[in-house]
Design a protein around this ligand. Structure first.
Ligand code: PHE
Length: 453
């Protein structure tokens, strides 16, 4: 993507939807969503998550795409245009959030690479049970050499694709590979729910126990909603800025959100029945997916083949997300600082790699280094971005568009031949009132609760 002359645009509407869905569907769905659900009471969390998606996720998704296409700018340029003055900080915060997320995202992306190798060499398809699967994972994440090597390789792959440019890189990949990921998830679900003892997992995942809901569950569901949909830091603003004027934003956003939600729900369906069937506990934290799925693969015919394919697809899903995170940083540097594309990509890639090293070591050499409230570097970056930066970013996006700039000037962006006037009214109401109020109260209440607890 060169910066001179006209801006690059998506080749087609489906290209934009796939790229945006590619950004949304990633480790957030398959790695993070299941372990957060496991730690936060299962179905109660899932229900809250779905509520967040409908009430806040979809409207903010629409708002970000609207801002992007309306301004045709990177997040900083966009906020300078629609807000001006201090509002530009919202854009800077987005770029910074993208940076921070990448430092640990790339580490987990590296795990998927390591698991491709382990699967292809037969180590995953032949695990004898839970204990073996857990010891493989623990040995892996404690090994500093492998962690840094795979973090480097993941970053290098991301840099390579972003370097090649937005319309000839991202679109092509996603078109073929996303459907494959869904198919293999379905195959996994069939195996998982037919294991003896799977019912307990299904009921944990599907029948909510409302006594499990507390402040922490609410904020984690909210943060996960933003993380999973790639909202609150300008990724969708950036992608929207390459969207052609002819396209309908409303229906595109609905499709992206639906795909993303489906991927998360399916991932949970593949994991929880198997988890209970093999007698693991759901509060496993970040290792959950990598601990449970090998056991499922080992109980399938051609387990190694399926495992290799699965981790390959997960790697690519992670890649299409990391591309969007890095793209925000790169578009900022090329649009605002007039850096060459090459310089921007290489600098961002190198910096993220270096800042990610402590995250890569957070489970081994640096696991006792606590930097804030007892968190490792990895956990700190994760919580800071997911629980605070993304929801606060989302709130400021809504306030800036709804109050500072004014929705009237952007309503025509939603759908050129307005057939859904009532939907548009609900959207406007949400962006002006519901989203700012809800987000301010949840994040504010949680902040206070954490401090006095
Ligand atoms: N949505 C991505 C995922 O689920 C992560 C992401 C967050 C990407 C924020 C871009 C911006 O894996």
């Amino acid at each position: 993507m060169e910066n001179q002359g006209t801006r690059d645009q998506w080749g087609s509407r489906i290209g934009f939807i796939l790229a945006a869905a590619g950004s949304a569907v990633g480790l957030g769905n398959i790695w993070k969503f299941p372990y957060l659900a496991g730690e936060n009471g299962g179905a109660a969390f899932v229900l809250l998550y779905l509520a967040c998606i409908v009430i806040l996720g979809l409207p903010i998704m629409i708002a970000e795409i609207v801002i992007g296409r309306h301004t045709e700018k990177d997040p900083v340029g966009a906020f300078r245009l629609i807000g001006g003055g201090r509002w530009t900080i919202v854009g800077y915060m987005g770029v910074l959030t993208g940076f921070f997320i990448m430092t640990y995202y790339s580490v987990v992306g590296g795990w998927t690479l390591g698991y491709i190798v382990k699967s292809a060499t037969g180590a995953i398809g032949s695990v004898s049970g839970t204990a073996m699967s857990e010891s493989i994972f623990n040995a892996f994440i404690q090994d500093p050499h492998q962690m840094i090597l795979y973090h480097f390789l993941f970053m290098a792959a991301t840099v390579f694709i972003v370097y090649r440019g937005i319309s000839n890189g991202i679109e092509k990949w996603t078109k073929v590979l996303m459907p494959m990921l869904f198919i293999i998830l379905l195959i996994l679900i069939v195996r998982s729910v037919t294991l003896p003892g799977a019912e307990k997992g299904l009921s944990f995942y599907l029948y909510p126990d409302f006594s499990k809901i507390n402040t922490k569950v609410v904020i984690e569901a909210l943060g996960q909603c933003f993380f999973s949909l790639s909202l609150g830091m300008g990724a969708m603003i950036t992608y929207g800025s390459f969207l052609s004027r002819r396209e309908k934003i409303l229906s595109s956003a609905i499709q992206i959100v639906t795909l993303d939600t489906l991927a998360a729900i399916l991932a949970g369906m593949a994991i929880f029945p198997a988890l209970f069937a093999v007698g693991m506990t759901p509060e496993k934290g970040p290792g959950l997916t990598f601990n449970v799925l090998p056991v499922v693969f080992s109980k399938m015919p051609y387990g190694s083949v399926f495992a290799t394919l699965f981790f390959l697809l997960l790697f690519i899903a992670a890649l299409t997300s990391s591309i969007s995170l890095v793209q925000v940083v790169v578009t900022y540097a090329t649009d605002e600082w007039k850096w060459s594309h090459r310089k921007a990509v290489l600098t961002a890639g190198t910096l993220i790699f270096l800042l990610g090293i402590p995250a890569a070591l957070s489970f081994g050499a640096m696991k006792d280094v606590k930097i804030f409230l007892g968190n490792t570097y990895f956990d700190f970056m994760d919580k800071l971005t997911t629980i605070y930066m993304l929801p606060i970013g989302g709130m400021l996006i809504a306030i800036c568009l709804g109050w500072k700039y004014g929705l009237e000037k952007t309503m025509h962006e939603l759908d050129p031949d307005t057939k859904s006037a009532s939907l548009e009214k609900i959207w406007a109401l949400t962006i002006k009132f519901i989203a700012p109020l809800l987000l301010a109260s949840i994040v504010g209440y949680f902040g206070i609760y954490r401090m006095i607890r």
